[in-house]
Ligand binder design. Structure first.
Ligand SMILES: *Cc1c(COP(=O)(O)O)cnc(C)c1O
Length: 451
C-alpha cells in the first residue's frame, strides 16, 4: 500500500517510510491510497467473533499488503492483551471503556501497536532507512503530550531495543499521576518538561522533524496520532463495540458513536472504520471548551486558536492535527470543493462543546442517576449523547480514561474517593526524572545534537 500526503506535494511513501517519518516532507499527514472495504461475510460474523480476531481482520485490511500475516497476527494479539468492554450506563447510553490497558488510556492500543510495528521493520534490517541515505542504529521517537499520549507511548515503547523515546510535556499542566507514568520509567525513555503549553511542545516536535541538520544527526520519528501506525489501530475497538451491540440485539442503523476529541486521531480511526464498512448511523465529536471543530461544523470555517486549559486536559488542543485527515478523507483528496466537503461531513458528524462547569454538572448528575463514574473526558461524550440522541437511537461514547487518572478532580467533583488500580499505583512509587526545557526550538535542538 502506498501513502500520500494530505498536502499533495510529497512523494508517495510505503508503510515503513510513513511510520518512520510520521509526517510527509511537505508537512502533510499520510493517508492510505486505498481504504479496503471489509467483506460482508466478516461484517455478518463479527458479533460472534473474539475481539482479537475482529482486530486482526481489520488490521489485515490496513496493513496486510506490507506486513507478513503471521507477524501481523502476533502483533495484534500482543497489542490487545486487555479488553475494551461495552458497559450499559442507562437506557440507550453505553460506555465503551477504553481504559483497561497498561496506562489506563485508549492510547495504549496505538502506542503498543506502533512500537511492535517499528520493531518489525527494524528486525527486517535493511529498510528502516528507506527515507534517507545514512544508516542509523537507533530510531528516536519524539512525542508531545498533554498527558495521556506520553504515558501510553512511553509504556508501549519501554524496553524496545533500538528505539529511544523523548516525551515533551507542558510544565505544571499534566496531572501528577499522568506525570509519573512517563517520568519514572528510565531505560530508553527521557521526559522533557517544557516551560509552555501543549501547543508549544507540539511545535518543538514539528520543528525538529523539519530541521535538516538534526535529521542528519539522528533518525527522528513521531508517535503522535499523526502517525498512521498510532491512529489506525484505534479502529479495532470500534468494530468490536459495534459487534457487541449487534450481538445484544441492537440494529446497526440505530448506533451513534460519540468520541471525546482533542487531536481527532481517535474519531478519525472510527471514520476510517466507517469507510471500511463498519455499520453505524452517525458520529458525534464531543469537545471541551476548545471548540474549533465545533465551530467548523457550524460555519464551514476552520479557525485554529491557542488551546484553553480545561478539566479534560487531554483534549486541550487548539489546532487538531487530524483535522487535515478528515477534510482529505471527505473531500476525496481534494475532488470536492470546501463547501461540498463541509456538507458531506455535517451529514455524518455533529459536534458538541462543554465548559468546565457543564462537565462537572454532567459528572455529578450521571453519578447520582446511574452510579457510573465518568472522568472529565468521558463526561463530554456522555453529555453529547444526552443532548442529541433521537428516539430509537443507541448511543455509545468512549470513556477514554480511567477516572483514577484524574483522581484529584474526580474526588473533588463527586465527593468520593476513587480507588486507584494496582498498576497505576505502581508508577507512583518511582522517582521522577525529567529534563527542563524552554519553548525555544534552538534550545531543544542543542539538547538533541548533544545526544
Ligand atoms: C488523547 C485523549 C483524548 C483525545 O483523543 P484524540 O485522539 O486526540 O482526539 C481524549 N481523552 C483522553 C483521556 C485522552 O487521553
Amino acid at each position: 500500500m502506498q501513502y500520500y500526503s494530505t498536502n499533495g506535494k510529497a512523494p508517495l511513501a510505503d508503510l515503513n517510510k510513513a511510520v518512520v517519518k510520521g509526517l510527509a516532507e511537505d508537512r502533510g499527514l499520510y493517508m492510505p491510497e486505498v481504504i479496503h472495504k471489509l467483506p460482508k461475510a466478516f461484517l455478518d460474523d463479527m458479533p460472534k467473533m473474539r475481539f482479537q480476531d475482529i482486530a486482526f481482520n481489520v488490521a489485515s485490511a490496513f496493513f496486510g499488503d506490507d506486513v507478513d500475516l503471521d507477524a501481523l497476527q502476533d502483533l495484534v494479539y500482543d497489542t490487545l492483551q486487555f479488553d475494551c468492554p461495552v458497559v450499559k450506563v442507562k437506557d440507550n447510553i453505553y460506555s465503551l471503556e477504553l481504559f483497561h490497558g497498561p496506562t489506563l488510556a485508549f492510547k495504549d492500543v496505538g502506542a503498543r501497536f506502533m512500537a511492535r510495528l517499528l520493531q518489525y521493520f527494524l528486525r527486517q534490517g535493511s529498510s528502516v532507512c528507506g527515507c534517507g541515505t545514512a544508516i542509523y542504529s537507533t530510531v528516536n521517537v519524539l512525542v508531545a503530550t498533554s498527558g495521556d499520549t506520553g504515558s501510553a507511548v512511553a509504556n508501549g515503547f519501554l524496553g524496545v531495543e533500538g528505539i529511544h523515546v523523548y516525551v515533551l510535556y507542558p510544565k505544571g499542566k499534566v496531572s501528577p499521576i499522568q506525570e509519573c507514568q512517563f517520568t519514572t520509567l528510565g531505560k530508553n525513555i527521557t521526559a522533557i518538561e517544557v516551560d509552555g503549553v501543549f501547543d508549544d511542545c507540539q511545535a518543538l516536535v514539528k520543528s525538529a522533524f523539519m530541521d535538516e541538520e538534526l535529521n542528519k544527526h539522528m533518525m527522528l520519528t513521531s508517535a503522535n496520532s499523526i502517525n498512521v501506525a498510532r491512529f489506525l489501530p484505534q479502529a479495532f475497538y470500534y468494530f468490536n463495540a459495534v459487534a457487541q451491540l449487534i450481538a445484544q440485539g441492537h440494529k446497526p442503523e440505530d448506533i451513534v458513536i460519540c468520541v471525546p476529541s482533542g487531536n481527532f486521531g481517535n474519531i478519525c480511526a472510527a471514520l476510517f472504520g466507517h469507510q471500511m464498512g463498519m455499520p453505524v448511523k452517525r458520529f458525534i465529536a464531543a469537545n471541551n471548551a476548545n471548540d474549533i471543530f465545533y465551530n467548523y461544523l457550524q460555519t464551514g470555517q476552520y479557525n485554529p486558536k491557542p488551546s484553553k486549559q480545561t478539566l479534560a486536559n487531554a483534549m486541550d488542543v487548539g489546532d487538531p492535527s487530524n483535522f487535515a485527515r478528515i477534510i482529505n478523507l471527505y473531500s476525496q483528496n481534494g475532488k470536492l470543493s470546501p463547501e461540498e466537503t463541509h456538507k458531506v461531513i455535517t451529514s455524518l458528524i455533529s459536534g458538541a462543546t462543554y465548559s468546565d462547569e457543564q462537565i462537572k454538572e454532567t459528572m455529578r448528575k450521571c453519578y447520582k442517576e446511574t452510579g457510573y463514574i465518568l472522568d472529565p473526558h468521558g463526561a463530554c461524550g456522555y453529555q453529547a449523547l444526552e443532548d442529541s440522541l433521537q428516539p430509537g437511537e443507541i448511543g455509545i461514547f468512549c470513556e477514554t480514561a480511567h477516572p483514577a487518572k484524574f483522581k484529584e478532580k474526580v474526588d473533588d467533583i463527586l465527593g468520593i474517593d476513587v480507588e486507584i488500580p494496582e498498576r497505576l499505583a505502581a508508577f507512583m512509587k518511582g522517582e521522577k526524572q525529567s529534563v527542563p526545557m524552554t519553548k525555544n526550538f534552538e534550545d531543544f535542538k542543542k539538547f538533541l545534537l548533544a545526544r
